[in-house]
Design a protein around this ligand. Structure first.
Ligand code: 9Z3
Length: 321
């Protein structure tokens, strides 16, 4: 189902978006997600003052090539940026809706090994399960911090896999958080597919090999950033990310995206240096942000989220005057 804030404003852009949503397979657990969102937003809004709520998107979206999907196109993202940023935002007083690709990094897990379950636990002679000593502190900290955030109503995790799921869920989050007005932030770090196969023209069964090259036409995914800004959540503070592999075109492309989609800030990053530095592009300048190299466990997400939270504070103040 497509939600437009004002049907009279329907434009060719909206009809493309409408046809994307109409052709998408409906979310399996739409009702349950909607209920969780309603509860989370209500918990973080009160008459005495609304808490700031950020929607952090993280990980890459897939584009299935078959309805009963065996093959898909993927977008690169480990999910590190989204997970680390979520932890920093929660520390700075935000509640976070973490919309993330299943299987990518999750908040509070960065100090655990990749195969944490098998690496961190062992079976004793008495057949009990215990944490292996070297991981004891890291496991305790991860469980404690994660449980505190979830039980305290500060973290809601919603997983996606495909571009269809991602965009439907982003729309649901945006529309549900409209009541938060300027206290709502969108921090769009997920790597989103630019091209897709519409569900109705997709092969149902596994595409057979043996008959020569595969010829598939991919349509352009309509850009949802303007509609997010203008219709789904018009009062929210919106930050998108621009990823390039060619540093020469990065800043120009980021500034173009900022203007075109009306973003309050675009974070420009280059694939190889993304963990060391980013540039925040706003309407009054380009601000480089660096990881603190003097500390081995520092990340660029800490100064980045701090800067964006400060900008969000100014935005909320200006919106209230
Ligand atoms: C980013 O640029 C993120 O910073 C990264 C983070 C994906 C590079 P990791 O997850 O990496 O820590 O490994 N995300 C946005 C990428 C994107 O798809 N941007 C679109 C574009 O560039 C705009 S919405 O056109």
């Amino acid at each position: 189902m497509f939600y437009a804030g004002n049907r009279e404003m329907d434009s060719p852009l909206n009809s493309e978006i409408e046809s994307f949503f109409d052709s998408a397979p409906p979310l399996n657990d739409r009702a349950a997600i909607s209920e969780k969102l309603k509860e989370f937003i209500a918990l973080n809004s009160s008459e005495s003052g609304t808490r700031r709520v950020a929607c952090v998107t993280s990980g890459g979206t897939t584009v299935p090539l078959e309805q009963r999907c065996v093959r898909y196109i993927d977008n690169f993202s480990s999910g590190h940026r989204g997970a680390a940023s979520t932890e920093h935002l929660i520390k700075m007083g935000y509640a976070v809706i973490f919309l993330y690709r299943r299987g990518t990094c999750e908040p509070y897990c960065s100090s655990l090994p990749d195969d944490a379950f098998l690496e961190c636990f062992e079976v004793t002679k008495e057949s009990a399960v215990q944490v292996c000593q070297p991981y004891s502190e890291a496991v305790k900290r991860a469980i404690r911090d994660h449980h505190a955030a979830v039980a305290g109503g500060l973290l809601l995790k919603l997983p996606f896999t495909t571009i269809f799921e991602y965009l439907q869920m982003l729309q649901m989050i945006a529309v549900s958080s409209r009541s938060l007005g300027p206290c709502s932030m969108f921090y769009l770090a997920a790597a989103v597919s630019d091209f897709y196969v519409p569900w109705k023209s997709m092969a149902e069964h596994k595409i057979q090999s043996g008959s020569g090259p595969l010829d598939i036409q991919l349509l352009q995914v309509p850009k949802m950033l303007s509609v997010l800004r203008k219709e789904w959540a018009p009062m929210a503070f919106c930050i998108s990310f621009k990823l390039e592999t060619d540093a020469e075109i990065l800043l120009e492309k980021a500034d173009m995206a900022r203007k075109k989609y009306g973003m309050h800030a675009v974070v420009a990053n280059e694939l190889l240096s993304r963990k060391e530095q980013v540039v925040v592009v706003t309407n009054n300048g380009k601000i480089p942000v660096y990881r603190d190299k003097t500390s081995s466990d520092s990340d660029v997400e800490k100064p980045l989220t701090k800067l964006l939270v400060d900008r969000h504070s100014v935005y909320i103040k200006d919106s209230n005057t």
